[in-house]
Design a protein around this ligand. Structure first.
Ligand code: UD1
Length: 338
C-alpha cells in the first residue's frame, strides 16, 4: 500500500514526502514539473530512498493517475498539485479554474474508479478572505476574493458534494502561510521567477539576488501598521498531513481543518526576526498596500489539535533559520549546482 502525492515535486509536496517516508509509508510522487524540477525529485530521493517512485504526469490526466494507483497499489492520496499565484490568477482566471478544478476532478475520478477512498486536499486560508474576526475557526464564513481563492472554494465544495454520496473521505487542510525548509537545507521553496511571497522575496534580498524588500503598507489597523499573517513551518505542515492521513481512518465524510500556529506576526516583525537570524540588515522600503491583501488573519488551531492530535511546534526564528540555510546552500534553487 502506498500514498500518492500529487504536486510531489513542489514546496509542500517535497517536505511532506520526506515526512511520510519517515512515518513508514511508501510514497509515490506525481508531478508534471510545470513549476518544479527533476532536481527537486532527486533531492527527495536523497533524503528518502533512491528508488522512490516518481510519475511525470498532469494530475488532471485521470488515466495517468489511475495507472499510478494500480501500479503502486495506492490506498491514500494527498492532492497538492495546483497553480498558486494570486496575481497570476487574476490575469489568467480560466487557466486557474481549468488547472486547479480540473486536476481535482481528475484525481477524484481516478480514485473512485479504483476504489481509493482517503484523500487529503491542499486548501488555503485564502478561503476566509478578509475575516470578520480573528482568529478564524473552521466555521468562520468563507468567501473568495480572487480567482485562486475561488478555485480552492470550488474544490472544497465539489469534494464535500462527492463525499456526501460516495465512500470518499476527505480532509480539507486550510494552510496559513507556509515558510521554512527541511533542516538539512536540501529541499526548500523554489519559486520560478521573482517570488511574490514575503519570506522567499526577503531571502533573495538577503542572498543578494534582489535589491530590496518592498513592505506593502504600514497604514493597516495593526500595532505597527503592517499586515499580520500566521506563518507556519513547512515541516509542521508536513507533520499535519501525516496526522490527517492517520485521522482519516477514523473520520468519514468531508472535514475542513486549519493548519496554522495560532499566532500572527506583522511584516515588520518578520523582517526584524529575519535580520537577527541572518545577522545582516535587509534593505526595505515601505510602499503602498498590495491590491487584494487582507489586513490580518491567523488561525484558531484548536480543532486541528482535537481531530488530528497535531499542533505546530516550530518558532518563527526556526522557520527563518531553516529557510535561510536552504537559500544559502541553493541561492538559485534546486537547479543550483552548490
Ligand atoms: C498569499 C495568498 C494566499 C496563498 C499564499 C501562498 C493573497 C491575498 N493571499 O498569501 O492565498 O495561499 O500567498 O501562496 O495574496 N508582503 C510584503 N512584501 C512582499 C511580499 C509580501 O510586504 O514583497 C506582505 C504582504 O502584503 C502580506 C505578507 O507580506 O501582508 C504575506 O504575503 P505573502 O507571503 O505574499 O502571503 P499572503 O498574501 O498572506
Amino acid at each position: 500500500m502506498s500514498v500518492l502525492v500529487t504536486g510531489g515535486a513542489g514546496f509542500i509536496g517535497t517536505h511532506t514526502a520526506v515526512v511520510l517516508h519517515e512515518s513508514g509509508r511508501d510514497v509515490v510522487l506525481l508531478d508534471d514539473l510545470s513549476n518544479s524540477s527533476n532536481e527537486a525529485v532527486n533531492a527527495v530521493r536523497s533524503l528518502t530512498s533512491p528508488d522512490l517512485p516518481f510519475v511525470e504526469a498532469d494530475a488532471a490526466d485521470q488515466a495517468a493517475v489511475g495507472r499510478a494507483i494500480v501500479e503502486y497499489d495506492v490506498d491514500e492520496v494527498i492532492h497538492f498539485a495546483a497553480y498558486k499565484s494570486v496575481s497570476e490568477s487574476v490575469e489568467k482566471p480560466l487557466a486557474y479554474y481549468s488547472n486547479n478544478v480540473g486536476s481535482t476532478i481528475g484525481v477524484v475520478q481516478a480514485m473512485i474508479d479504483h476504489g481509493v477512498s482517503r484523500l487529503v486536499f491542499s486548501s488555503s486560508c485564502t478561503v476566509y478572505g478578509e475575516p470578520d474576526e480573528v482568529p478564524v475557526t473552521e466555521t468562520s464564513p468563507t468567501r473568495a476574493v480572487n480567482p485562486y481563492g475561488a478555485t480552492k472554494l470550488v474544490c472544497e465544495q465539489l469534494l464535500a458534494d462527492i463525499a456526501a454520496v460516495s465512500a470518499l473521505d476527505v480532509m480539507l487542510l486550510r494552510y496559513f502561510n507556509p515558510v521554512g525548509a527541511h533542516p538539512s537545507g536540501d529541499i526548500g521553496e523554489d519559486p520560478s521567477g521573482v517570488p511574490t511571497n514575503l519570506v522567499p522575496f526577503l531571502m533573495q534580498v538577503a542572498v543578494g539576488r534582489l535589491d530590496r524588500l518592498n513592505v506593502f503598507g504600514d497604514d493597516y489597523n495593526t500595532p505597527d501598521g503592517s499586515a499580520i499573517r500566521d506563518y507556519i513551518h513547512v515541516m509542521d505542515l508536513a507533520d499535519g498531513h501525516v496526522a490527517a492521513l492517520d485521522a482519516l481512518t477514523a473520520n468519514t465524510g468531508c472535514v475542513a481543518v486549519n493548519l496554522g500556529t495560532g499566532k500572527g506576526y506583522s511584516v515588520l516583525e518578520v523582517v526584524a526576526a529575519a535580520t537577527e537570524v541572518i545577522g545582516a540588515p535587509i534593505p526595505t522600503e515601505v510602499v503602498g498596500r498590495r491590491a487584494g491583501d487582507v489586513e490580518q488573519i491567523w488561525a484558531d488551531p484548536t480543532y486541528a489539535a482535537e481531530i488530528l492530535g497535531w499542533r505546530a511546534t516550530r518558532s518563527l526564528n526556526e522557520m527563518l533559520a531553516d529557510h535561510w540555510r536552504w537559500q544559502q546552500q541553493h541561492p538559485t534553487g534546486h537547479k543550483d549546482s552548490n
